[in-house]
Design a protein around this ligand. Structure first.
Ligand SMILES: Cc1ncc(COP(=O)(O)O)c(C=O)c1O
Length: 415
């Protein structure tokens, strides 16, 4: 599709009659809006001279201290001096790529990967080498293969980019054992690790996994208040070893001078004056209810041959459709049937993903999710019907049994 076609598609997809399972917009309905309105008025009334003024490129010290307290929940012990506040973690991703990569450099990334990260890598002309995942996240033996192959070509990747918790888009979580293996492999091959963790506190069981950064102080950690508080405030951060931190501060200065004081001070007040941990808990309860609605609808409505993962937190289900169906080609037909999703190829830098799609359950109500999946199932049935009628039968599956219908390991790397 061309850029204008995509714009047209999204214009249609954002109409109210379309159930959008495409975007990863957090559900803000549970936020205490009245209390926040009072906080905003008080912030301007009492501290307007500072809140509405330029600030420091690294971010306000009080918030950097609070960020260290948030990260302590994941076992990270950090100095506020090593934290750089950014305009969302997207800005941190962009700056990390900018300072570490020259055109042609290799970045390792899970396959599939967060589309915004792929956008940053492409913007700085880094070459992405994907490493596949299974239901336990990144597969260390495949990471090892990639590192060995690149080393044989004289290539040291600039970093491994990973989303270890409730992956976007694959929905899977890296096991604790694998975290240690991944760190060991990267250390052995002299490859930095960039850990992007916006969903870490959004586990449905309430348990929090130890961050990679808690196991290795050289890891560059990216965090965000977008999913635990408010995405519109655009407050995220990077925690980096001093040499990288200094370059990040310079990069931030040249990009935005400083992150907005107002937004940082509001986040700081929110963390200090509100029971934000309970708020995160109510967010996760809402997301679990929506996850359950989606899984039940998938079980009930989808045709045979579809598989998906069971996310234990976060926002996403990664769906593999029967062979022969192209999720990108199907998208306009889905939107016509008033349901939208994110097709799989956007999450790969190398053209894979045509049999996959990402469904987000974070934003619509459970009823809308059920209806959206029902519509999607209808579109898939019609697609399969056309394939049967016109003889474009699925290619042989090379002796492998057809996948059973239902939740399974995500095999997100299935070509
Ligand atoms: C894995 C991942 N990283 C980073 C971001 C960007 O988040 P932010 O709003 O903090 O810029 C997102 C947003 O969806 C994400 O899913």
């Amino acid at each position: 599709m061309t850029a204008s076609e995509i714009r047209a598609l999204f214009a249609v997809a954002s109409r109210p009659e379309v159930v959008s399972l495409a975007g990863g917009m957090p559900n803000l309905a549970a936020l205490p809006m009245d209390a926040l309105a009072v906080e905003v008025a008080d912030l301007v009334g009492r501290e307007g001279q500072v809140a509405l003024q330029y600030g420091s490129a690294q971010g306000i010290p009080a918030l950097r201290e609070q960020i260290c307290e948030v990260m302590a929940l994941e076992g990270i012990r950090a100095d506020p001096d090593d934290v750089v506040v950014t305009v969302g973690s997207q800005m941190a991703l962009d700056m990390v790529t900018r300072i570490l990569c020259d055109p042609g450099d290799v970045v390792l990334a899970e396959g599939p990967s967060y589309v915004g990260a792929l956008g940053s890598f492409a913007a700085y002309q880094a070459r992405v080498v994907h490493v596949a995942m299974d239901e336990h996240g990144l597969v260390p033996s495949l990471l090892h293969d990639a590192l060995r192959t690149l080393a044989a070509q004289g290539i040291t990747p600039k970093f491994l980019y990973t989303v270890p918790n409730f992956h976007n888009p694959a929905g899977v979580t890296l096991t604790v054992e694998r975290r240690a293996e991944v760190l060991e492999l990267c250390a052995r091959y002299g490859v930095r690790v960039v850990e992007d963790n916006p969903y870490g506190l959004l586990g449905f069981s309430g348990a929090v996994n130890p961050a990679l950064r808690s196991m290795d102080r050289d890891v560059i950690y990216l965090g965000s208040f977008s999913k635990t508080f408010a995405s519109g405030l655009r407050v995220g951060w990077a925690l980096a070893p001093p040499a990288v931190r200094d370059r990040l501060v310079l990069a931030a200065e040249s990009a935005v001078l400083c992150p907005p004081n107002f937004n940082q001070m509001l986040v700081s007040r929110y963390l200090a004056g509100h029971d934000w941990r309970s708020q995160v808990k109510s967010f996760t309860e809402a997301y679990r209810e929506r996850r359950d609605a989606m899984l039940e609808a998938l079980e009930t409505h989808l045709p045979d041959g579809c598989t998906w993962n069971v996310p234990e937190g976060g926002f996403y289900v990664w769906l593999t459709v029967p062979e022969g169906v192209d999720t990108k080609a199907m998208l306009p037909r889905a939107v016509t049937a008033r349901v939208a999703y994110a097709s799989g190829t956007g999450f790969y830098a190398d053209g894979l993903g045509s049999r996959q799609l990402r469904l987000s359950y974070c934003y619509p109500t459970p009823e809308r999710i059920t209806e959206g999946v029902r519509r999607l199932a209808g579109v898939l049935e019609a697609e399969l019907d056309v394939m049967r009628t016109f003889g474009t039968s699925p290619r042989p599956s090379l002796g492998r049994a057809e996948p059973r219908n239902g939740p399974q390991s995500p095999s997100p790397h299935t070509p």
